[in-house]
Write a protein that binds this ligand. Sequence first.
Ligand SMILES: Nc1ncnc2c1ncn2[C@@H]1O[C@H](COP(=O)(O)OP(=O)(O)OP(=O)(O)O)[C@@H](O)[C@H]1O
Length: 248
Amino acid sequence: MIVNEAAVRAVGVTKRYGAGQTQVDALVDLSADFGKGRFTAIMGPSGSGKSTLLHCLAGLDQPTSGQVFVGDVELSHLPEKQLTHLRRDRIGFVFQAFNLVPTLTAFENITLPLDLAGRTPDRDWLRTVIDTIGLTDRLKHKPSELSGGQQQRVACARALASRPDVVFADEPTGNLDSQSSADVLGFLHRSVREFGQTVVMVTHDPSAASYADRVLFLADGRLRSELLDPTAETVLDTMKSLDPAVAG
Ligand SMILES: Nc1ncnc2c1ncn2[C@@H]1O[C@H](COP(=O)(O)OP(=O)(O)OP(=O)(O)O)[C@@H](O)[C@H]1O
């Protein structure tokens, strides 16, 4: 397995909002590689730039300066139509609010992005993903008939259905109890370990971050620290050293 090859790369990314008195530098000259087949968590205090970074990496927002690469494609040079195709074909998204379509069944939600793209699902892959989320008996149910944790696992399966180059997850366990969080994180972890998927996840929760291979810590739009093979304890210790508010 090639461990060091980057699925996504930020090079000198700055993101500035507003101007003059209201100017905010949400990201400042930030560079980071996100290795293929790796699970990376992004942490940092509120307002440190986590969501902005995720949106820039996913081509949902444009850096003010600097470059973002998905594989070897540089996003800022892509016309909007190609960017839309790249997001659709090569990137999966999981959001805090599960964002499932209420009128469709779980199975239909999972295959919706492929259907919209006019792509034939890879049956074996779809079966693997569905078996791994452990909801085989709930596939004909609508989202309102599923628990929050089950809905988020459906959202994860939807993100993986196209076998994307990278899955971006923005606070995927923010609305879940601890057991449901463990189910969702366990699934993301398995998708990396067993299927070689790449996951980049923003979280506030040290135990969620401990499922990752690596944690990046942001503060004031800058990369401040990095932890490999994190545990909830080492993540919390690093957070305390970076943010006096956490240290209490
Ligand atoms: N559209 C916008 N216009 C102006 N300022 C913005 C915009 N989006 C974000 N910001 C500012 O950029 C900074 C970084 O915001 P961002 O949402 O990336 O932080 P975050 O670390 O994800 O925060 P949280 O943990 O609270 O979600 C903040 O100061 C925020 O107020």
